[in-house]
Design a protein around this ligand. Structure first.
Ligand code: BGC
Length: 446
């Protein structure tokens, strides 16, 4: 039997601010990450995305590389401020130049384009009006979604409205380590989640109105637990703890926004602050929620729990990535099953990967054995979830290129393609050559 389903989609992902550069070209307006970086003091080494990987000027070269890597799909985000320099109002006539070239070139090379509408780079003009705290933004988002979907009708069939509401809300409005850098109380963060749910829903309706055949998802991240021992009781405790809002860190659970969107209620484990906010919601808001066609799961690691649901600390010296994230392949087995059990809709792995201390070796190549080992382990575990019935539609590696890693600047290298930031030169790492074989064999080589 084949290890992965017949039409399983293999690809890689990236996001506008992290790779495009050209921050002020062709009529683009400023966004909150331009501001956050230029302000200074927020990002390591005072790095910024002004040039990044310079993808904006290298479409042909980059798509040729993707082809060489054997990718079947490329997930990228559109920069809202390129299309609407002021967030809404008039469309920038040059806003689609880059995306048109990218989409057409992907299609010509048999690579499926998948668009994320919002990967954190909000037009500054909308932030000036309250950003994701102001529910008027849902109208601007719907208009933006409509314009993009109309533009790509017939060429792009898969959209993701929002990338990781958890990071948007908590990192941007709760602890302020991401743009717009606000430090607000928990009730306000809950409000941001609610507005994001309304925006996803309005955006999804707008896309479907212009292109009823489009598939529209949303991308989640955050806590995923896995059992220390694979017994029914331990599995159950891992499931319960994954969605337990009363454990610390409710902001980094999937249910804090997926429950609102799909189950149209808050979980009974929600903390007091969230309940207080929930009481202020107009009941008619629940009728406006749209269930996505799929859920994108961004997954890097998970928490091991025992049969009683207690967290098990990693043993001393347990493997970590270059940025010290835990390496826990087992989480791939369970995360898709958890999400499917709770929400009953198909999933993609929309991001998974690691940062390594990659460098160019004496022979001119980038030997990232660590990435190959990581991927191999994670993909084998993903296959177990699929074998147990999780409807996983595809796997998109994060990331295609090394890129601007938000507050960490360029220090972390997540790519399967090395980028030399001195001159923009790209080098295929060993891992992408390995990944090409995985793709060609639809995972049978694992
Ligand atoms: C984000 C990416 C980020 C990656 C690695 C995800 O949270 O969607 O933009 O680069 O994780 O940190």
């Amino acid at each position: 039997m084949n290890k992965f389903p017949k039409n399983f989609l293999w690809g890689a992902a990236c996001a506008s601010y992290q790779c495009e550069g050209a921050w002020d070209e062709d009529g683009k307006g400023p966004n909150i990450w331009d501001d956050f970086c230029h302000m200074g003091g927020h990002v390591k080494n005072q790095d910024n995305g002004d040039i990044a990987c310079d993808c904006y000027h290298r479409v042909q070269e980059d798509v040729a590389l993707m082809k060489q890597c054997g990718l079947q799909a490329y997930r990228f985000s559109v920069s809202w401020a390129r299309i609407f320099p002021n967030g809404d109002g008039i469309v920038n006539p040059l806003g689609f130049i880059y995306y048109d070239e990218l989409v057409d070139s992907l299609l010509k090379n048999g690579i499926q384009p998948m668009i994320t509408l919002y990967h954190w780079d909000l037009p500054s003009a909308l932030q000036d009006r309250g950003g994701w705290l102001n529910r008027d933004i849902t109208r601007a988002f719907a208009r933006y979604a409509e314009v993009v979907a109309q533009h790509f009708k017939g060429r792009v069939h898969t959209y993701m409205t929002l990338n990781e509401p958890q990071c948007i809300a908590q990192l941007g409005y709760g602890v302020g380590v991401h743009a717009p850098g606000l430090v607000l109380d928990e009730e306000k963060v809950a409000q941001v989640f609610h507005v994001l749910c309304l925006a996803h829903s309005a955006g999804m309706r707008a896309i479907k109105a212009v292109d009823p055949t489009a598939t529209v998802g949303v991308v989640t991240c955050g806590r995923q637990c896995y059992p220390q021992t694979d017994t029914p009781q331990n599995r159950e405790s891992a499931y319960q703890e994954t969605f337990n809002l009363s454990s610390p860190g409710w902001q980094f659970t999937s249910n804090i926004f997926l429950d609102s969107l799909i189950l149209r209620k808050y979980d009974e484990t929600a903390p007091e602050t969230v309940r207080r906010f929930a009481h202020t919601i107009d009941p008619s808001d629940w009728d406006m929620m749209e269930t996505p066609d799929f859920i994108g799961i961004n997954i890097y690691n998970g928490e091991m729990v025992d049969a009683e649901g207690r967290y098990v600390k990693p043993h001393p010296g347990a493997p970590v990535t270059a940025c010290k994230w835990k390496v826990t392949p087992e989480v791939m087995h369970y995360c898709t099953l958890h999400i499917y059990r709770r929400y009953g809709i198909p999933v993609y792995i929309t991001e998974n990967g690691l940062s390594c201390n990659d460098k160019v070796y004496l022979d001119g190549a980038v030997h990232d054995a660590e990435r190959i080992d990581f991927l191999h382990r994670y993909l084998l575990e993903l296959q177990k979830g699929i074998a147990e019935g999780a409807p996983v539609l595809g796997y998109l590696h994060w990331s295609l290129f090394d890129n601007f890693e938000w507050a960490e600047g360029y220090d972390e290298r997540f790519g399967m393609i090395y980028v030399d930031y001195k001159d923009g030169r790209r080098i295929l790492k060993d891992s992408v050559k390995w990944y090409r074989n995985v793709i060609e064999s639809n995972g049978d080589s694992l």
